[in-house]
Design a protein around this ligand. Structure first.
Ligand code: ADP
Ligand code: MG
Length: 325
């Protein structure tokens, strides 16, 4: 079955200083029309590289194996104008909006450029449209904002401008790479709520990247957990959070700070997260897993279908039987 996005056996290797550096290893996942999928994992696990592979903006010298299809079209076959058009249909909202907006151009120019050039709208019509969408994403005094410059806006407002810009492209798929991580907690919640609401209203599919398992679960239909450039588990969000199958997911779920839990009981996963190029033989998580056995060091576990999703752990049935006695 083909969804809006299908990633099949994606392996990405960067040109390292002395040898090639794998950053994604055999990643497969898909997103259905209108579905929101969370991509969660610690820093360095390959979340951003996944997005950069989708929009084909990998560092120079990167090698990509496997394929990525958008509505059945293999992105690897697209060049030039066709690739630019496809990119425009799946805008990315990045963590740091300031790094992705031209500081010397007004918000209005930024928001109306594509409408004027690609849709041949008049300046006045494009500004009307931009002001309407700014209003929708909760930016007050939209008309005045169009005359302002990025440095005059707070991080939260600027991220709303980025969301407005993404929506103006009338996409079918939104890519969001930690869109609220750089914002303070209150602003984070507001921006998240706006994005979530507008996405649902429009029936947009979304790949939502975060290191916060709970946040992903709250706004996404399914959540994929990534470690060392691999997908460890992907399942319906609610059950993944309630009953994680992979020991890594379980560790992430326990490590998350919670208001119900006392701070001194906050546990962290022992050791530091590994990137794909540091992964040991067998299961990538075997250096940190509390349930490691010899078999975990021998063979890389396949993603297997289980319950409402897939999980890559050879011991999962055994461990579930124990924890549910
Ligand atoms: N431009 C780059 N050049 C070399 N290595 C990179 C570059 N960007 C990211 N990496 C490496 O790729 C791996 C995955 O990174 P990334 O996808 O950014 O992780 P995440 O977004 O999950 O934190 C990391 O080991 C990181 O150090
Ligand atoms: Mg990242």
């Amino acid at each position: 079955m083909s969804g809006i996005l299908d990633i099949d056996h994606l392996t990405v290797t960067l040109a390292g200083e002395d040898r090639p550096k794998p950053v994604l290893s055999d990643v497969s996942m898909s997103i259905a029309e209108g579905e929101a999928v969370g991509l969660v994992g610690e820093s360095g696990s390959g979340k951003s590289m996944t997005v950069r592979s989708i929009i084909r903006l990998l560092p120079p010298g990167a090698r990509m194996e496997g394929n990525i299809r958008v509505r059945g079209v293999d992105l690897g076959t697209l060049r030039g104008a066709a690739l630019r058009k496809m990119r425009a249909e799946m805008p990315v909202i990045f963590q740091d909006p300031r790094a992705h907006i031209n500081p010397v151009r007004s918000v209005g120019d930024f928001l109306t450029e594509a409408l004027r050039i690609h849709r041949r709208m008049s300046r006045a019509a494009a500004e009307d449209r931009a002001a309407d969408v700014l209003d929708e994403v909760g930016v007050s005094e939209a008309r005045r904002r169009l005359r302002q410059y990025p440095h005059e806006l707070s991080g939260g407002l600027l991220q709303r401008v980025m969301i407005a810009s993404a929506l103006l492209a009338e996409p079918r798929l939104l890519l969001a790479d930690e869109p609220t991580t750089a914002l303070d907690v209150t602003t984070q919640a507001e921006v998240m709520a706006v994005m979530d609401e507008l996405r649902r209203e429009r029936g947009l599919a979304m790949l939502f990247i975060t290191h916060d398992l709970e946040l992903a679960a709250a706004i996404c239909d399914r959540t994929a957990v990534m470690y060392a450039g691999r997908v460890m588990e992907v399942r319906a969000s609610a059950s993944l959070l309630e009953r994680p199958l992979h020991p890594y997911t379980a560790a992430l779920a326990t490590a998350r700070p919670s208001i119900e839990r006392k701070v001194d009981r906050l546990t962290t996963i022992p050791g530091r997260p590994l990137s794909a190029f540091e992964a040991p033989d067998g299961c990538a998580f075997n250096t940190r897993c509390a349930h490691v056995r010899e078999s975990c060091r021998e063979q890389r576990p396949e993603l297997r279908t289980l319950l409402d999703g897939q999980v890559a752990c050879v011991r999962v049935e055994e461990l579930q039987a124990v924890s549910h006695d």
